[in-house]
Design a protein around this ligand. Structure first.
Ligand code: BGC
Length: 273
C-alpha cells in the first residue's frame, strides 16, 4: 500500500499539533511513513485523530501513533501532552507546531475575541509547545545514534508571514510574529544543537480555505495567485516537513521554507509593472 519508505526518522518521536485535519494530518502520516513515533494532537475530531494514529501504527514501518487531546493555547494541557509523550515514547525529538486557525473579519469590525483567539492558538500555542520541546531536548541530551541535532522544531507559518492580507489582520499578524519567534530560537539554541525552522505553505487544499477552491470560478481566481498553476496538497507540506526533520537538512536552521508554488513571487507582475 505504501511506497518503499526511507525510514529516516526511525527511533525518533514527533509531536504534530493540530493533526486531526488538513496539513497536520498529512504531516503526521508523512512522519509515520519515515518511521517516526507520532503524537497526533487534536482538539476536535477525536475519531479522525485516533484513525490517523492507528494508520501510523498499522504501517509497521518502525513507529507507532497515539492521539492526544490538548488545546495548544493552554499551558497545563501542553505540559500534560509532553509528559504523556515522554511516558509513552521516552522523549520527544521533533515538534511540528502546526495547530492554527483563522477568524476573519474586516479590521474595523474585528472583535477582541477574534483577535485573541487567533493570537492564542497561532502564536501563544507555538510558544508553549516550542518551550516544552526545548526543555525536553535539554533534559534528554544528545542521542547521536538517531540525529546530529539535539532536537528539531518546525513552526507552521504561512505565506502571510510576508504577504499582507486584508480582512485577515489577526492571522497575518500571528504569522508575521512566527518569523521572529523562530529566528530568535534558532539563534538562542543553535549552540545547543537545536534546529528551528518554519514552513510557509501557500494555498493548500484543506478545510481552512474551502471557499477558495470549492467552486471552479474560485479555483480559477486562486490560480491567478499561483505561478505554478495548481493548488497545493497537504502531502506537499508533509514531504517538506519530513525533510526538514531529517539530518539531510542538518545545516538548515533559522529559515523559512516557502512551499507555495511561487505564490510569494509577485504573480501580479507577470504581465504588469
Ligand atoms: C491560509 C489560507 C490561504 C493561504 C494562501 C494560508 O495561510 O490559511 O486560507 O488560502 O494562506 O492565501
Amino acid at each position: 500500500m505504501y511506497q518503499k519508505p526511507n525510514q529516516r526518522l526511525c527511533n525518533q518521536t514527533c509531536i504534530v499539533t493540530g493533526a486531526s485535519s488538513g496539513i497536520g494530518k498529512a504531516v503526521a502520516l508523512a512522519m509515520g511513513k519515515d518511521g517516526a513515533n507520532v503524537v497526533v494532537n487534536y482538539i476536535t475530531q477525536p475519531e479522525v485523530a485516533e484513525a490517523v494514529a492507528q494508520e501510523i501504527t498499522d504501517m509497521k514501518l518502525g513507529g507507532r501513533g497515539i492521539a492526544i487531546k490538548a488545546d495548544v493555547s493552554k499551558e497545563d494541557q501542553v505540559e500534560k501532552m509532553f509528559e504523556t509523550t515522554v511516558k509513552e515514547f521516552g522523549t520527544v525529538d521533533i515538534l511540528i507546531a502546526n495547530a492554527g486557525l483563522q477568524r476573519d473579519a474586516a479590521f474595523h469590525e474585528m472583535t477582541l475575541a477574534q483577535w485573541q483567539m487567533v493570537i492564542d492558538v497561532n502564536l501563544t500555542g507555538q510558544f508553549l509547545c516550542a518551550r516544552a520541546a526545548i526543555r525536553e531536548f535539554l533534559r534528554r541530551g544528545m542521542r547521536t545514534d538517531v540525529s546530529k541535532a539535539l532536537g528539531k522544531i518546525i513552526h507552521m507559518s504561512s505565506v502571510h508571514e510576508i504577504i499582507p492580507w486584508a480582512g485577515h489582520a489577526n492571522y497575518a499578524a500571528s504569522k508575521g510574529a512566527i518569523v521572529m519567534l523562530m529566528q530568535s530560537l534558532a539563534q538562542e539554541y543553535g549552540p545547543s544543537k537545536i534546529r528551528v525552522n518554519s514552513i510557509a505553505p501557500g494555498a493548500i487544499q484543506t478545510p481552512i480555505n474551502k471557499d477558495a477552491w470549492e467552486s471552479k470560478s474560485a479555483l480559477d481566481e486562486l490560480n491567478k495567485l499561483i505561478p505554478y498553476k495548481r493548488i497545493g496538497q497537504p502531502s506537499d507540506i508533509g514531504s517538506a516537513a519530513v525533510w526538514l526533520a531529517t539530518d539531510e537538512s542538518d545545516y538548515i536552521s533559522g529559515t523559512t521554507l516557502f512551499v507555495d508554488g511561487a505564490m510569494t513571487c509577485y504573480p501580479g507582475f507577470t504581465t504588469n509593472g
